[in-house]
Design a protein around this ligand. Structure first.
Ligand code: HEM
Ligand code: HEM
Length: 178
C-alpha cells in the first residue's frame, strides 16, 4: 500500500470525507464485532440471534462499496502530517497498524461474502446468490471469517487504547479525526 504524507491539508486534519468514512466504518465494525461475538459466545435468544445475523449480513454487504471508496480515497489523499511532537517511530507504528486494520477488514469482508452457503436477501431489496456450492469451501471461508473477525476485534481494541494513550499524552491525535 502506498503511503504518502499530504502536508497540504490544513490543521493536520483528515479530509471531511476521510473523517466521515472513518466514523461510519468504526460504528459498523464495532457493532458487527460486539453483536457477532455476543451471538456466538453468549446465550442470546434465537429470535434476536436471527435478527442480528440478518441485519449484520445486509449492513456489512451494503458497507463494502463504502469501504472500497475509503481505501481509494486514502491512497489518493495520503494522510495529514503529524507534528514534530510525534516521534518518527510512533508515526511508523501508527501507519503500520492502520494498514493492518485496512487489510484485516478487507479479509473479514471478503471471507464473509465467500462463506455464504445460501441465497440472501439484502434488506429485502435484492437477492444475492452464494458464489460457491461446495460445503468444504464455504466452511473454510467461515473459519477464516471467524478467526479474522476476532483478530480485527483485538486490533481495534489496541487502536482505541493507543488513541486514548496519545490523548492523555496531549498529542491531539483525536482532533485529526474529528
Ligand atoms: C467488517 C465487517 C464484519 C465484521 C466486523 C464481522 C464480524 C463478525 C463476528 C465477530 C462474527 C462472530 C465470529 C465468532 O463466531 O466468534 C461474525 C459471524 C458471522 N458473519 Fe461477520 N463480520 C463482518 C462482515 C460479514 C459479511 C460481509 C458477511 C456475509 C456477507 C458476514 C456473515 C457472517 C455470518 C453468517 C456469521 C455467523 C458465522 C458463524 O457463526 O459460523 N459477516 N462476523
Ligand atoms: C471509538 C473508536 C475509535 C476512535 C476513537 C478512533 C480514532 C482514530 C483516530 C484519532 C485516528 C487518527 C490516527 C492518526 O492520525 O494517527 C484513527 C485512524 C484510523 N482508524 Fe480509528 N478510531 C476508532 C475506531 C476505529 C475502528 C473500529 C476502526 C476499524 C477498522 C478504525 C480504523 C482506523 C483506520 C484504518 C485509521 C487510519 C486512517 C488513515 O490513515 O487512513 N478506527 N482512528
Amino acid at each position: 500500500m502506498a503511503i504518502s504524507l499530504d502536508s497540504s491539508l490544513p490543521d493536520s486534519k483528515y479530509s471531511v470525507i476521510a473523517r466521515l468514512l472513518h466514523w461510519v466504518s468504526a460504528a459498523l465494525i464495532i457493532w458487527a464485532t460486539l453483536s457477532g461475538l455476543s451471538v456466538s459466545l453468549l446465550d442470546v435468544n434465537e429470535k434476536l440471534a436471527h435478527w442480528i445475523a440478518d441485519f449484520n449480513v445486509s449492513a456489512t454487504l451494503v458497507f463494502i462499496p463504502f469501504f472500497a471508496w475509503r481505501i481509494v480515497h486514502r491512497l489518493r489523499q495520503g494522510i495529514p502530517e503529524y507534528g514534530d511532537h510525534v516521534s518518527i517511530t510512533t508515526q511508523k507504528i501508527a501507519i503500520c497498524v492502520h494498514c493492518l486494520l485496512y487489510g484485516l477488514t478487507s479479509i473479514v469482508l471478503i471471507s464473509g461474502v465467500l462463506m455464504m452457503d445460501r441465497s440472501f436477501s439484502v434488506f429485502h431489496l435484492f437477492e444475492l446468490q452464494p458464489l460457491f456450492i461446495s460445503e468444504l469451501v464455504t466452511h473454510g471461508f467461515e473459519q477464516i471469517h471467524v478467526a479474522s473477525s476476532r483478530l480485527l476485534g483485538l486490533l481495534v481494541a489496541l487502536h482505541i487504547l493507543a488513541v486514548i494513550k496519545h490523548q492523555i499524552g496531549n498529542t491531539g491525535v483525536l482532533q485529526r479525526m474529528l
